[in-house]
Design a binder for this molecule. Structure first.
Ligand code: NAD
Length: 355
């Protein structure tokens, strides 16, 4: 018997609508929040989807702001807030990936606006109270209850056209939330359940999506995993893996999802030495060891495996290790700068982890 340890469960605050064709509920969802003027947010690449949302909102639409950008630059946020006030909006509807969700969060933090999010990737920002922003090249991250979106609509139909390469890296990004949730200091039996089911859903659904990207059932399985991964990210403190990816993205400009995809087998393999019991289900699901199994899974899906392929110079690894060990932070396995350099070097070369 393995009885539950002491724990605190704070609940999952956001309302979630999940399914196929659920975008059709967007107007009712805005009304259910007690709001009547929604500013629709997107990237320039997804403006057509933003127009579709605005059309579905009809008189509830206060307009479109389609300038969301990677890493939530504050100058974009200031322009969006000006548009929000000019349109006399009282809430936002963000349709897109983590970058668009980030813009909605940045507006909410500064205006108190309610947020409705319609995710189209698996990055998993929508269920969290975390906001990363960039100002003059500096990326800062904060957690605040005001950041967390009130309502999330997951519509499988919107993910059918997500390109396969993005599908794979975005899904591995979501698996990373679940893996780090399993050994988080504030994990509890509910987050454990969600994390394990997320990994199971991706292990089952992702190969089928890669083989047939418009397979509706497989896409639904994967989107369900993304929701669970996001809920874990929003409930648990992350550790070494997210820290290293933050350094590589924030200080070296590496792309978010690809970096997570490459780093996960190495960080999970490193931590598996200390938390082998907690990560045993990951090894069982993936086959082999934790790091080796995750690497084989990523490799079988055609994921990028080498930081070198993302344009990182070998000479940058020392500076990355310095930045990553400048301030202490929680991780189940203690580490030295040399350990971090080894993890980064292995990820740079694309070596298969053995642990
Ligand atoms: P993204 O939002 O930057 O999207 C990348 C590109 O793909 C964009 O041009 C976008 O418009 C496009 N796109 C999105 N969905 C698409 C679809 N279905 N079909 C075709 N194109 C589509 O990428 P992302 O990986 O979703 O998000 C990364 C960002 O999110 C990073 O800045 C990261 O820091 C942030 N993030 C934040 C949290 C959090 O909790 N704060 C969590 C995860 C990620």
């Amino acid at each position: 018997m393995n009885p539950p340890r002491n724990f605190t469960f704070v609940g999952i605050p956001a309302q979630v609508i999940f399914g196929s064709g659920t975008l059709g509920q967007v107007a009712d969802a805005v009304t259910s929040l007690g709001r009547s003027r929604a500013l629709v947010l997107s990237t320039p690449q997804q403006i057509d989807q933003a127009r579709d949302v605005a059309a579905r909102l009809g008189p509830l639409s206060a307009g479109i702001f389609a300038e969301a950008a990677m890493h939530t630059p504050v100058d974009v946020t200031h322009r969006a807030i000006a548009a929000f006030h000019a349109a006399e909006a009282d809430c936002t509807v963000a349709i897109g990936g983590g970058s668009t969700t980030g813009l909605g969060k940045a507006i909410a933090l500064r205006t108190g606006a309610d947020q409705l999010v319609i995710p189209t990737t698996y990055a998993g920002s929508e269920m969290t109270d975390i906001l990363g922003e960039t100002d003059e090249g500096e990326k800062t991250t904060r957690r605040d209850p005001a950041i967390r979106p009130e309502l999330v609509i997951y519509d499988v139909d919107l993910t059918l056209g997500l390109p396969v390469a993005m599908t794979v890296t975005s899904a591995l990004n979501a698996i990373a939330h679940a893996v780090e949730g399993l050994y988080a200091a504030d994990a509890n039996p509910i987050t454990d359940m969600m994390a394990l089911d997320a990994i199971r859903a991706f292990k089952t659904g992702l190969p089928e999506v890669v083989a047939n990207p418009s397979d509706h059932d497989a896409r639904a399985e994967v989107l369900y995993g993304a929701w669970l991964g996001s809920a874990v990210l929003g409930s648990c403190a992350m550790a070494l893996h997210h820290k290293l990816c933050h350094v590589l993205g924030g200080s070296f400009g590496l792309p978010h999802a690809e970096t997570h995809a490459i780093m996960l087998p190495h960080t999970a393999g490193f931590n598996a030495v200390t938390v082998s019991e907690k990560l045993r289900p990951v090894a069982e699901l993936m086959g082999g060891t934790v790091g080796g199994g995750l690497w084989d899974f990523a490799s079988s899906l055609g994921a990028p495996l080498r930081l070198a392929d993302l344009g990182l110079d070998e000479a940058d690894l020392d500076r990355a290790a310095d930045i990553a060990t400048r301030a202490p932070y929680a991780n189940p396995r203690s580490f030295t700068r040399a350990d971090i350099k080894t993890i980064l070097t292995d990820a740079w070369r694309g070596t298969r982890p053995v642990t």
